[in-house]
Design a protein around this ligand. Structure first.
Ligand SMILES: *Cc1c(COP(=O)(O)O)cnc(C)c1O
Length: 401
């Protein structure tokens, strides 16, 4: 057996089958490229679902991590460390907000938002105890914890995990009337992805997000924006909501906040909202640890100049122009997205998304399919234009026969 076959077989035997990865075993990576254990090179057009916006092995991020590794890596929140205040202050500033509640994974940020919104509902809005409702969208993806999958509409993500957490209303994504109709005086929050990533990079109708903002403001309901995948440069802006000129009450951040080095997530909001917490009411051993803060501080510094956002916007325009040409043919039935982020629907007659992904892998390009015959393209924002064009050539070759 080859090294690859060995590694795949051992993983098959000894890891729970919660994923069906492409049959590649990565050994090293740099920028937008990964190299497998046999020395084959692949262009990474997934970027860890946007956790790797700044590319693999980013010098600045590795230097920041290395320097912090030599100083202090963990204190727990029982003691403050010397990167914590800067991290919270600078992340709040980047978001135009006041307070930060750091966690580790995206799902924890969503859980934290649920707790925050409920507590705000009881303490500030005056919702009767135990009655708080949060409205979410169909086809959402907000993570994998039992509460978060309780409001998923994806049977794969949800089946056999009940009993489910109550307190959520699901409305169709992009439908303002349905949202307005679902609101009651016990509604504490509307939780949405500004662009639905896992659903296939679905961009809502123009005006929808601004409408959600207006409606939530009128009804004294928190607008919680899950920008864990859409945020931090991916769409050509720091936040996807900026395209609609919308500022939410709460940003949920994760993925790229840790630079692909360590898991870092956060809830970022106003003092009026995050001020509801008292000591002991929420926490995390690793949340806001020194290593996480050091890496995230470098991420924030990189985003502050706007250069990555600009690059994502420019290369994204190019990507969407090229994909638009493909969409004119028979092989591609639809293309959606914004910035360096696209969902490409392939004619099911040409194969499933999985089959297309495998063919691309054989040509040295790694993508991930989602829902049937859709593939998504989300390269690291540092990808070279020639590399992106080469990747698109491989896609054209696979679709052309
Ligand atoms: C990935 C993702 C999450 C969950 O993040 P984890 O770090 O995997 O827990 C939540 N929301 C969105 C929009 C995501 O893309």
């Amino acid at each position: 057996m080859s090294t690859t076959e060995n590694a795949l077989a051992s993983a098959e035997a000894h890891s729970a089958h919660t994923y069906h990865p492409l049959p590649v075993v990565v050994a090293t990576a740099d920028g937008a490229w990964m190299t497998d254990v046999e020395g084959r090179r692949y262009l990474d057009l997934l970027a860890g679902y946007s956790a790797l916006n700044f590319g693999h092995g980013n010098r600045r991020l590795l230097d920041a991590a290395r320097a912090q590794l030599e100083r202090v890596t963990l204190t727990s929140r029982a003691f403050q460390h010397d990167r914590f205040a800067d991290f919270c202050t600078q992340l709040a500033e980047l978001c135009g907000m006041e307070m930060v509640l750091p966690m580790n994974t995206g799902a924890e940020a969503v859980e934290t938002a649920v707790k925050t919104a409920r507590k705000w509902g009881y303490r500030v809005k005056g919702v009767p105890d135990g009655m708080a409702k949060i409205i979410v969208a169909a086809d959402n993806f907000h993570g994998r914890t039992t509460t978060v999958i309780s409001f998923s509409t994806d049977p794969e993500a949800r089946a056999d995990y009940g009993p489910y957490t109550p307190g959520f209303e699901i409305v169709p994504y992009g439908d303002l009337t349905a949202l307005a109709d679902a609101m009651t005086e016990n509604t504490v929050a509307v939780l949405l992805e500004p662009i639905q990533g896992e659903a296939g990079v679905l961009v809502p109708p123009s005006g929808y997000l601004a409408g959600v903002r207006e409606l939530t403001r009128e009804r004294n309901v928190l607008f919680v924006a899950d920008e864990i995948q859409s945020g931090l440069g991916r769409t050509g802006r720091t936040f996807a909501l900026e395209h609609e000129g919308v500022v939410p009450d709460m940003y949920l951040l994760g993925k790229a906040l840790g630079g692909g080095v360590v898991p870092v997530s956060a809830v970022v909001s106003s003092a009026a909202v995050l001020g509801v917490f008292r000591p002991g009411e929420h926490g995390s051993t690793f949340g806001g640890n020194p290593l996480a803060c050091a890496v995230a501080l470098e991420v924030i510094a990189m985003l502050r100049t706007g250069e990555y956002q600009e690059r994502a916007a420019e290369l994204g325009d190019h990507l969407h122009r090229e994909l638009g040409l493909l969409a004119g043919g028979d092989a591609v039935t639809a293309v959606r997205g914004r910035g360096l982020w696209a969902g490409v629907d392939i004619d099911p007659g040409l194969g499933t998304g999985r089959e297309i992904s495998e063919k691309l892998m054989d040509r040295g390009v790694l993508v991930k399919d989602t829902h049937g015959s859709t593939i998504r393209i989300a390269p690291p924002l540092v990808i070279g234009k020639e590399d992106l064009d080469w990747g698109l050539d491989q896609l054209r070759a696979v679709l052309g026969g």
